[in-house]
Design a protein. Structure first.
Length: 615
């Protein structure tokens, strides 16, 4: 999705903006642009293609000044092109704007402004914003250099916008200010010494500051070199606390790995360890006391919803059975984009858990709003402190995966499954009616995860070999029963995302109800077998595809001796409730190695964005 960076200080803005945009490349984009001001002269440089391309444009060196805004665009309205790239100027070239989000009523606004004599040059929704600001700015008889006039014009323009936006605005008439506003799209302000930074997400500016302000919905900030002033939607002044972010700025380096995805796969022992430790007290007991979910409350709840998108939703699926078994509470896992539009049965006796790496996913955020309105208690499980979902939910529980840069989520997923298992155990202990022996086994299993994940990483060489044999294939099937089916879903998504190979995940027992018709000589089938109670069934299902000519990769914690299998990857034994955390590791590696064999851009797969902040 689009990315935003801004700088105001005493250094030359351009290199800082370029560095910030480069840090945001992982979000996915197709065009980039920068606008700076020096001595009341507004300059704009933009083009389709990579951030680095900007440096080759002849006007690059004329981008002077210590105030600037910048943008990476992920096209929604209008194809990637120089004219559609941000920043966009108003007709009088007084205001320059970058925008993340979608203005849903831009056609109406365009008609309104066209009737007032404005001309539009791009196909974007964004171009209405600088022109609306300009329109309202003209209304002020005395626009003599009071920044409140600039702010009022921005506020009046924002009042007209339907949809989502995070915007940065600079003006040649106010060369010492940047004004920002947000609604349903993230924006953070990083505080420095005599300088301030702006970004759509923290990693973009983490190398400059760890102190952040988070803008809430419909708020504005007027940012100068020495000051940041905040205003509500009616322009009443408000105050905000500065939050310190603990992420290490080195965490956004590749650290010698070829790609971020590979680095993040290999970081999993540490990220899982950090996530576990974040919820252990000094006696080694689970500590979720901040959630304040009493036994009485839990006894009365009618169901638990886990709402999320993509990989985060798969994390929810991986713990559904665990929660139901341990707590005896119906647990439904749903794609947030469906939940939000289907009048779900949610009330004050429903506990809704929202899982999101970024904490900014638009559909998950909408599902959260809906659940709150219906009176449910809400818990956010996210990786990003200060993100929109954490600010809205009643309680937040953080994964400690560190920044995840690769579009394909890996370490966030295993941390989410770990944390959700710990939460399930905590709920069961609070309810007090659980099988003590099972709880103790699970707790020991959780503690063993970092070392066992490390062992799973040893499968890389076998996986490399298998990947080199199947990377030209058109279809791959992933099979699993019970909890292994949830791993199959996640493995299939990983493969699709970064290798562009069509893949299907099926509950193994469902295959003969239709999809087995697709299995022919040489088809690759990956079978995940980690639940002892289902092993014989899973083996039979795998045998059925072998009989029809499939070659099979088996991921298992059992000692299988069937010589018909093409490759067996053995993973360490754990209780099946936490086995997805181990079983997914070789399959993340499989997707990665296939993508490398195909010479694809692993970290930035086509059409995808890291943080999906629009519907
Ligand atoms: O930031 P979130 O966890 O809310 O993102 C949800 C999905 O967009 C995300 O998991 C997506 O499916 C990943 N690209 C999967 O690798």
């Amino acid at each position: 999705m689009c990315g935003i960076v801004g700088y105001i200080g005493n250094k030359t803005a351009c290199p800082i903006l370029i560095a910030g945009l480069t840090n945001l490349e992982y979000r996915g984009y197709d065009s980039a642009g920068i606008s700076t001001i020096e001595k009341n002269v507004l300059s704009v440089l933009k083009d389709k293609g990579r951030v680095n391309n900007l440096k080759n444009l002849s006007e690059f060196n004329s981008l002077k000044g210590s105030v600037g805004i910048a943008h990476t665009r992920w096209a929604t309205h209008g194809k990637p092109s120089s004219v559609n790239s941000h920043p966009h100027l108003d007709n009088s070239k007084t205001f320059s704007v970058v925008h993340n989000g979608i203005i849903e009523n831009y056609n109406e606004l365009k008609n309104f402004l066209t009737n007032k004599g404005f001309t539009f040059y791009s196909e974007t929704d964004t171009e209405v914003i600088p022109n609306l600001i300009s329109y309202y700015y003209q209304e002020f008889p005395n626009k003599n250099k009071d920044v409140s006039v600039f702010l009022s014009a921005v506020q009046k323009a924002c009042k007209e916008l339907i949809g989502s936006y995070a915007i940065e605005v600079i003006s040649k008439d106010f060369p010492d200010y940047i004004i920002v506003a947000k609604k349903n799209s993230p924006l953070v302000i990083g505080k420095g010494v005599k300088e301030n930074y702006i970004a759509s997400d923290i990693p973009a500016i983490l190398e400059y500051t760890k102190n952040f302000y988070f803008l809430e919905e419909n708020e504005f900030a007027v940012i100068s070199r020495n000051n940041v002033e905040f205003f509500d939607s009616s322009l009443n002044k408000i105050s905000k606390d500065l939050k310190e972010i603990s992420w290490d700025s080195n965490a956004t380096d590749k650290n010698g790995f070829e790609d971020y995805m590979l680095k993040e796969i290999y970081e999993q022992p540490d990220s899982i360890r950090n996530t576990i430790n974040s919820r252990l007290n000094e006696n080694g007991e689970y500590d979720f006391s901040d959630l304040k979910l009493s036994k009485q409350y839990l006894k009365n709840i009618n169901k638990i919803y886990i709402l999320a998108c993509g990989t985060a939703m798969h994390a929810g699926l991986a713990v559904k059975n665990t929660i139901e078994k341990l707590c005896n509470i119906i647990t439904q896992v749903e794609v947030a984009s469906e939940f939000r539009y289907r009048n779900p049965l949610v009330d004050s006796n429903t506990l809704c858990i929202f899982v999101s790496q970024s904490g900014e996913t638009a559909d998950t955020l909408a599902a959260l709003n809906l659940s709150k309105e219906a009176g449910a208690k809400t818990i956010a499980i996210t990786n990003v402190v200060g993100s929109s979902i954490t600010r809205l939910a009643d309680y937040s529980v953080f994964t400690h995966a560190g920044p995840e840069i690769a579009v394909a989520s890996t370490k966030a997923y295993t941390c989410q499954v770990t944390l959700l298992n710990m939460l399930a155990i905590h709920l069961a202990e609070t309810l007090g009616n659980c099988d003590r022996e099972l709880i103790n086994t699970l707790k020991l299993n959780v503690l063993s995860l970092p070392n066992k994940v490390q062992e799973c990483l040893n499968s890389d060489d076998f996986i490399k070999d298998f990947a080199s044999r199947i990377y030209t294939e058109k279809d791959v099937f992933f099979l699993g029963r019970g909890i292994d089916y949830t791993t199959a879903l996640e493995a299939s998504l990983k493969l699709k995302e970064i290798s562009y190979i069509h893949s299907e995940a099926y509950p193994a027992g469902e295959l003969k109800h239709g999809p087995i018709a697709l299995i022919e000589n040489g088809t690759t089938v990956v079978s995940i077998i980690t639940d002892k109670t289902l092993t014989p069934k899973s083996i039979s299902n795998t045998q059925e595809v072998i009989t029809r000519g499939a070659k099979t990769l088996i991921i298992t914690n059992e000692h299988l001796s069937n010589s018909n299998f093409d490759t067996i990857i053995n993973i360490p034994e754990v209780h099946s409730f936490v086995s997805p955390i181990l079983a997914i590791i070789p399959l993340q590696l499989l997707a990665y190695r296939i993508s490398k064999n195909k010479n694809l851009d692993v970290d930035k797969p086509r059409n995808l964005a890291k943080s999906v902040t629009v519907e």
